[in-house]
Design a protein. Structure first.
Length: 210
């Protein structure tokens, strides 16, 4: 049974969030293509993600068979998030741009899943990602327009960072769909009109795979 891991990171809920609206559409299209598939949902804004501490680092670098009960508790969230990544065949991640980068909740999640021996390892050839064979689609929303070739492109630290991190853990089959210019909605632009290009890009992705 194919499995999709849906991750939302917007601080806004429901229809107030552009990125959540896009992940809704992606999930709808994915279920049309995989009617017997399974969806795992992780709402990072509601997950109360812990920060990485000295205790966390000590536990992460202690062999599992030597963990104390306290260390197991410290890594419980991390273990759950990593299990979801390994179980899923594909990821869809909604990402609003906050101050030219990713939301704090998404960074906290990334810190929890970046674990040696779990999502990457080091060998004679250097670092090797352990999440191989996975696909990831990132649905980005930004107040301004920061696409490649635009004057604001140099301030987009979202896509380069996500590409680099996910490649590091072995996910190189990635796709980015962006809804840039959300600020235009405050000037009266119709929401459906604004969303149409991104939604059509999602739909085309599935029609091309059919």
């Amino acid at each position: 049974m194919p499995t999709l891991l849906r991750i939302d990171s917007s601080a806004l809920g429901g229809e107030a969030s552009i990125s959540r609206q896009l992940t809704d559409e992606y999930v709808h299209q994915w279920l049309q293509a995989h009617p017997a598939g399974h969806i795992t949902t992780r709402d990072l804004a509601a997950s109360h993600l812990p920060v990485v501490t000295a205790e966390w680092i000590g536990a992460a670098y202690t062999p599992a068979d030597s963990h104390t009960p306290a260390q197991r508790d410290t890594l419980a969230h991390s273990d759950q998030y990593i299990s979801e990544l390994h179980t899923a065949d594909e990821y869809v991640i909604g990402v609003p741009m906050y101050n030219f980068s990713i939301p704090a909740s998404l960074k906290l999640w990334i810190d929890q899943i970046a674990r040696v021996g779990k999502t990457f390892s080091y060998g004679a050839g250097g670092a090797e990602g352990l999440l191989k064979g996975k696909k990831a689609t990132f649905l980005l929303a930004s107040g301004g327009i920061y696409d490649q070739g635009t004057p604001g492109a140099g301030m987009n630290f979202v896509e380069p960072y996500l590409r680099a991190f996910f490649a590091f853990v072995g996910v190189t089959d990635v796709n980015f769909i962006t809804a840039g210019g959300v600020a235009q909605l405050r000037s009266g632009l119709d929401r459906a009109t604004f969303l149409r290009p991104a939604i059509e890009s999602i739909q085309k992705r599935f029609s091309a795979a059919a």
